[in-house]
Design a protein around this ligand. Structure first.
Ligand code: ZN
Length: 431
């Protein structure tokens, strides 16, 4: 039991049911049965006795191994109940999943209840998406007219894999289409909306204000929020999930991330105190109620920071509360003394006025190369950024800085802020 976090008897029962079902009916978990102390112990103890599910195991057991019961995936696909989707990213990151749209929609709508600005949404409202076409929508190298980018209630503002393909006409088109389509919800990669915002700031263009803007797909940089806030007055809400597990956390109107307890269980594995534990830890997700896939203790690869307060001012009680998602463990960097640095890098750079974006590579222990995008005179931005990096990584950090017009997104079409070019023992960080 984790202090200051409340889990209802119903949630703990859902946890027990999901585990019993997976172990008894999904072939992938047959070998896990030997670890199971059974339903006589608490759900937390029982889950703690289980291994961790990785992307590698999802790949090895695909497609039938993760299905709880006798449903045939081939028949489900034939009847249009499910389809295959592949997550984006590098070969190592890519996973093919069984996609059950009905369960996904229900998970999304449940997560919306966790924020006052989205609680009234029911999945029928007009929604525009500004995301990499590698994540959602229609991908095309040639420009697609608006009707070719509409599907049901969605308008996909972008058909390019990378925002680097955007030219003046694409920015103008996005501004025009937002005005014409008048979406209630604008769901975005924050790094893509930041780029549209830079364009609007630099040209003094006013953009249509949706009722709510949802950040998803990637980590939200404080620098991007600053640019977006200069253009949009709409409520900004972060939603955290993954293709494999649906919607896991949703930011409430007080900035706290609340767990979507109707649709998933979360196990929290703290890091060692010297790396930020026990409040910083790895997030493992178990899905509830998806008839086509049982994921148990799936390692989504991200770190979360527990909200240590007794309660959130919004009054929502159930489940884990996080004060932040601190990015992927594989995107972490280290100080010159070997201490883990998560997205606290972003916090350290946030005060630098005129800094719009950055990408940091740690090449060898003690060497940091940062590319940056600036809106202000580069000399001052460079010196303030350098000071922030040295203060974070250590006085002996060797820092090199390069100003560029824009940054390249990763293979997934999403932006990452850091890369570490040497191996380390990620499991060794866990308490
Ligand atoms: Zn709250």
């Amino acid at each position: 039991m984790i202090r200051n976090h409340y889990f209802s008897p119903e949630y703990l029962q859902r946890s027990q049911t999901a585990l019993t079902l997976a172990l008894s009916a999904a072939p992938a978990y047959r070998a896990w049965q030997a670890h199971d102390p059974g339903e006589l112990v608490s759900a937390d103890e029982r889950y703690a006795a289980m291994p961790v599910l990785t992307k590698k195991e999802i790949r090895e057991n695909f497609p039938q191994g993760l299905v709880p019961g006798l449903r045939s995936v081939a028949e489900g696909v034939q009847h249009g109940e499910i389809e295959y989707v592949q997550t984006s990213g590098t070969t190592e990151e890519k996973v093919t999943n069984i996609w059950n749209q009905a369960w996904w929609n229900a998970s999304e709508i449940a997560s919306w209840k966790l924020n006052a600005h989205t609680a009234q949404l029911d999945g029928t409202q007009r929604e525009a998406q500004l995301a990499s076409a590698r994540s959602v929508g229609f991908r095309s190298e040639t420009d697609l007219p608006m009707p070719a980018r509409c599907l049901d209630r969605f308008l996909f503002l972008n058909e390019k894999a990378s925002a680097r393909e955007w030219e003046e006409r694409h920015f103008q088109r996005m501004a025009r289409e937002l005005e014409d389509y008048q979406p209630v919800v604008l769901e975005v990669n924050p790094s893509l909306l930041a780029r549209l915002s830079w364009w609007a700031i630099d040209r003094g263009v006013r953009l249509y204000q949706p009722r709510v803007i949802l950040f998803t797909y990637e980590f939200t940089s404080a620098l991007h929020v600053r640019s977006i806030r200069q253009v949009f007055q709409s409520p900004l809400v972060s939603s955290y999930g993954a293709t494999e597990v649906g919607y896991v956390f949703m930011e409430c109107e007080h900035g706290t991330l609340h767990q979507n307890t109707e649709f998933c269980r979360v196990d929290f594995q703290p890091l060692k105190p010297e790396h930020g534990g026990p409040d910083l830890g790895r997030i493992l997700v178990t899905t509830f109620g998806n008839p086509w896939t049982s994921l148990v203790r799936f390692d989504v690869g991200d770190l979360g920071r527990l909200d240590t307060r007794a309660a959130c001012p919004c009054g929502r009680k159930e489940g884990f509360r996080l004060s932040a998602i601190e990015g992927r463990l594989t995107n972490a960097t280290f100080t010159t003394r070997g201490k883990l640095v998560t997205t606290t890098l972003d916090d350290a750079l946030a005060p630098v006025a005129g800094l719009r974006d950055y990408f940091l590579e740690q090449n060898l222990a003690g060497e940091y190369a940062l590319k940056l995008v600036a809106s202000a005179p580069a000399d001052r931005v460079i010196s303030e950024t350098r000071a922030a990096l040295v203060s974070l990584y250590g006085p002996d950090a060797k820092v090199s800085l390069e100003v560029c017009g824009d940054l390249e997104p990763a293979a997934s079409g999403k932006y990452r802020r850091t890369r570490m070019n040497f191996d380390y023992d990620a499991k060794g960080l866990l308490a």
